[in-house]
Design a binder for this molecule. Structure first.
Ligand code: ATP
Length: 220
């Protein structure tokens, strides 16, 4: 199977991190920015780095943007440019378009005009850090939808030695323990009798209100 080809538009902190990570994973990456200095900085990192204005349809065509498997639009501040770029790329029929949104309204517009995936890096990272701050036991927090999330949580002292039946997380909090990670091993469908050990990490799915109750109940 041919290696996937990615184009990333906008070499701010987010766009350049994505372009760099994809390159390090061995993918071909075209980095685009209207600011020549930004593309210059990426030229040793990615396969190609070019200066172009992504609101210029002809410039995008000349770059053969339609031939890329995934295109990421990482223009933040200039919302108009982000929307225009998304519209042009959708019109060209690109297969997969991921766009960074600056806020909810921006995200709504992007969905309406056909972005395949809208990401909110600042909001998502803010959520994760906030949850980690409430308790050092919370290792990660990933939003699945408006209401549901996944929580990655180190077993609290009060959980150690107990099995899942005794902890009764489903009945007490309405959340489900999907998996338990012990060292590097993943137990992906734990039994009610599985006992928790120090250092275990629980991966729990649930309504965000219920997850918050659970977090507070086990806060260190
Ligand atoms: P971050 O938070 O990721 O650093 P940001 O949300 O502040 O980024 P901006 O700095 O506004 O986003 O934009 C990211 C990059 O997109 C900038 O380097 C900017 O030059 C580039 N950019 C903005 N408009 C266009 C455009 N029309 N065509 C190409 N690149 C553009």
């Amino acid at each position: 199977m041919a290696k996937k080809q990615y184009a990333v538009i906008g070499m701010g902190r987010f766009g350049s991190s994505i372009a760099t990570a994809l390159s390090e994973m061995g993918f071909d990456v075209l980095a685009i920015d209207s600011d020549e200095q930004r593309t210059q900085e990426m030229s040793n990192i990615v396969t190609h780095a070019v200066s172009a204005d992504s609101t210029d349809e002809e410039a995008l065509r000349a770059l053969g943007i339609r031939n890329f498997d995934v295109i990421v639009v990482a223009i933040g501040e200039d919302i108009q440019a982000s929307i225009l770029t998304t519209l042009i790329l959708k019109d060209m029929g690109v297969p997969a378009l991921v766009v960074k949104a600056q806020n909810e309204l921006h995200g709504k517009v992007l969905h309406k005009i056909g972005a395949d995936k809208v990401v909110y890096p600042e909001r998502d990272m803010g959520l994760r850090v906030a949850h980690h701050l409430t308790s050092p036991n919370i290792l990660d927090y990933i939003e699945l939808s408006k209401d549901y999330s996944i929580l990655e949580m180190k077993a609290a002292d009060s959980m150690i030695g107990k099995n899942l039946k005794e902890l009764d997380i489903r009945a007490r909090f309405g959340c489900n323990v999907m998996a338990i990670r012990r060292n590097q091993e993943m137990n992906i469908s734990p039994y009610a009798e599985d006992r928790l050990e120090s250092g275990d990490v629980l991966i729990i799915v649930g309504h965000k209100d219920d997850l918050t109750k659970l977090e507070l109940a086990f806060a260190a």
